[in-house]
Design a protein around this ligand. Structure first.
Ligand code: ADP
Ligand code: MG
Length: 699
């Protein structure tokens, strides 16, 4: 069938070596064994890998591939790939296309330049990549991509996928213990499910190219507020401009071919802001797909003369972008464990899983907060548009009411108060109402899943998800310990759930998270308010957090420390690049423009004088430009000095990061204030780069 007439259903997954393709191309026994490994997460027999590799290669060649690559997710947060040709020379001077089972299973990229947070120095180990059988291989850019995990030779995780897979394993193990107590003998695996909604901006590529800040840092470091922002709210769900619609259509098609189930698309709140949501998948596949989505978004944009901005805060004064991390747990038979049940028994099970999540989020809120922290996300969290830095859980009025009744042991329904026993009496029917959404909550229950809204738009979702899986695995394991020991499991369920609800009630907040009063209230409740990345960093090495990750074999203590180092280094590097970009833009572009403007005004004043006239307004303009130019120059000098002095900061990575937050960022803010003021009074024709109005409204 020709590409154009192929229906969407035919195109979907057409570039993926998926189950259907495997069934068609692999001998039956091999296919069965492979599927068994996929479902059970066990390793692959080399003989099987050999057959799979061959079938994969033949299929990839038919799709036009000439190369293969192990595709992995180093701790840079983006993906990495090194392409190798299938080609193998033969003795007669020709070549054949080859791909062995060994090459499929294991790769050895030269990994020395990826961040390891000191791990490599400690172990002097090179990294290797290992085939992840649970995420399908695919063809893109004439290359066969094989999703892989990336580890050091001594087994330390050097990537984001490895801890995610480990955490899914741990969560499954603990959840199954609970299911067994409820008489479920059939479930073999519990899968973390995940649907990330992705926000992004589109700007004209020609304008983008004129902004070094966008090119180097992903966000605008300068820009006065445009006359129109998002105040009319006329962009949210508004009709799509033709150019944007074309882009989205193209994007969907590319993603569908790669098996990414992009489902909804719409305009977001800010001008030029949009969103794409896929249908949920296993957390592992969803993470791979989200990485692909971000990459394809950028590539397709170029085709349409656009630039796709994934930064958390590309523009000051209008909403930033996040990722809504929709998370739940499901059995291998597809039963959602956060789906409130209709029978007393399924209600009790639901309540156990729900209280485990509440307990985990409350007890490990610092770690969860740290899992989404970055220099970029600092501009967004708590900026009156995104969930604040305080973690709380929204449950909705109805569910909260039910939990309050359980906690006090008194049912309010049916007139007279009666004792409410989980599992015996039928709970009031639990809410499935998705209309009472609280968009300000960082962690909201939305009927049958939790939506974690603090995740940044450019970040990998692997980290927040492996943290979430681990902390829920921990609270589930504690519940299972108690229930397994109990003589009367049913009444122990009552006791445990009540206890957990009482202990962790403080994390539930259904009100407006953007309100100033909430900050005060949260403080009274003893909830953490970790406003910047620097404040969250110590959470990564806090003993209780290191311990929980180690206990569930997600990150060893050494691996946790390495991630802490990387986080701090990354923070410093990002702020440093931003500061240097500011220096370059203000020194070589804004100041020269300001001097031209000064000259224009001064010439006018002089000309008037020569003609024996004078004009106070012109002199005032000259004065204003002059004053702002002075401010810009002096704050620029200060920034240059402060950045240079950073080299004198001796101490640990935290002190370094603290210096950048407390010394460099405030200087950057004063430079910006002076420059933005100049933008408002300097001749538009000589202003050196496109303004916010150009960027936000000229797509
Ligand atoms: P909205 O939040 O805009 O109302 P939906 O409720 O349809 O939209 O879902 C948003 C995202 O949540 C989608 O990516 C969807 O696939 C995902 N989602 C739905 N159910 C689950 C689940 N059980 N586990 C994980 N993600 C889910
Ligand atoms: Mg949503």
């Amino acid at each position: 069938m020709d590409e154009k007439t192929a229906s969407v259903a035919d195109k979907f997954g057409s570039s993926v070596f998926n189950e259907a393709t495997m069934r068609e191309r692999l001998p039956k026994v091999i296919f069965k064994q492979l599927m068994k490994s996929v479902q059970e997460g066990t390793s692959i027999d080399p003989a099987i890998a050999e057959v799979v590799a061959n079938a994969m290669k033949d299929w990839a060649l038919e799709k036009g591939a000439t190369h293969f690559t192990h595709w992995f997710q180093p701790m840079t947060g983006i993906t990495a790939e090194k392409h190798e040709a299938f080609i193998a020379p033969t003795e007669d001077g020709k070549a054949i296309m080859e791909f062995s089972g060994k090459e499929l299973i294991k790769g050895e990229p030269d990994a020395s330049s990826f961040p390891s947070g000191g791990l490599r120095a400690t172990f002097e180990a090179r990294g290797y990549t290992a085939w992840d059988v649970t995420s399908n291989a695919f063809v893109k850019d004439q290359t066969l991509f094989i999703p892989t995990a990336f580890c050091s030779y001594t087994g330390e995780a050097l990537d984001l996928k490895t801890p995610l897979l480990r955490s899914m394993e741990s969560l499954s193990k603990q959840a199954i213990r609970i299911l067994r107590l409820f008489g479920d003998e059939a479930t073999q695996r519990v899968i973390t499910t995940m649907g990330p909604e992705q926000e992004y901006f589109l700007v004209d590529e020609k304008l983008y190219m004129q902004r070094p800040d966008l090119m180097f840092t992903g966000r605008t470091l300068f820009g006065a507020k445009p006359p129109k922002g998002q105040e009319l709210e006329d962009q949210y769900f508004g009709s799509l401009k033709e150019r944007v619609a074309d882009y989205m259509h193209d994007l969907d098609e590319e993603l569908w071919k790669l098996g990414v189930s992009a489902r909804t698309k719409h305009n977001e709140v800010a001008p030029a802001q949009h969103e794409l949501a896929p249908i949920f998948n296993s957390a592992n596949v969803a993470t791979d797909h989200n990485q692909l989505t971000m990459e394809v978004m950028k590539k397709v944009a170029v085709r349409h003369g656009l630039a796709c901005l994934l930064h958390e805060k590309p523009f000051a004064g209008v909403n930033g972008s996040g990722k809504h991390n929709n998370w739940s747990m499901a059995t291998d038979a597809g039963k959602n464990l956060l789906e409130p049940g209709k029978t007393p028994e399924s209600n009790a099970k639901f309540l156990v899983f729900l209280s485990a999540v509440l307990a985990a989020v409350d007890e490990y809120s610092g770690l969860l907060r740290a899992s989404v922290a970055s220099a970029a996300n600092d501009h967004r969290l708590g900026a009156n548009e995104a969930p604040p830095a305080i973690i709380s859980v929204y449950l909705g009025e109805q569910l909260t009411d039910v939990l309050d009744q359980i906690e006090t042991g008194v049912a309010k329904s049916n007139g007279k108060p009666s004792t409410l026993r989980i599992g015996v009496s039928t709970l009031p029917s639990l809410p499935m109402d998705t209309s009472d959404r609280n968009r300000t909550s960082p962690f909201a229950f939305t009927g049958n899943k939790f939506e974690f809204r603090m995740v940044g738009s450019s970040a990998s979702i692997a980290t927040p998800n492996f943290v979430l899986n681990t902390i829920v695995a921990e609270t589930l394991s504690r519940i299972a310990d108690r229930l397994e020991k109990a003589k009367d499991c049913e009444s122990e369920v009552n006791v445990v759930v009540k206890e957990l609800l009482r202990k962790h009630r403080r994390i539930v907040f259904n009100g407006n998270n953007y309100a100033g009063e909430w900050v005060e209230e949260a403080k009274r409740r003893g909830l953490k308010n970790l406003r910047t990345t620097v404040e969250t960093m110590p959470e990564l090495i806090a003993p209780e957090n290191v311990e929980v990750l180690a206990k569930h074999c997600v990150l060893s203590a050494v691996e946790s420390h390495s991630r802490y180092e990387i986080m701090a280094e990354n923070y410093v590097k990002i702020v440093n690049i931003e500061a240097l970009t500011m220096v370059e833009m203000s020194g070589r572009r804004i100041l020269p423009a300001a001097m031209k403007a000064l000259r224009q005004a001064a010439d006018t004043v002089a000309a008037l004088k020569a003609a024996g006239a004078s004009n106070a307004a012109v002199e005032e303009v000259l004065g204003e430009i002059s004053e702002s130019t002075t401010d810009l120059k002096s704050s620029l000098d200060c920034l240059v000095r402060t950045v240079a002095d950073a080299e004198q900061v001796h101490g640990n990575v935290l002190e370094h990061a603290t210096y950048f937050r407390d010394q460099v960022i405030p200087c950057m803010n004063t430079v910006r204030t002076a420059a933005d003021r100049l933008e408002g009074i300097v001749d538009a024709a000589i202003w050196p780069f496109p303004t916010y109005a150009d960027l936000l409204f000229r797509v």
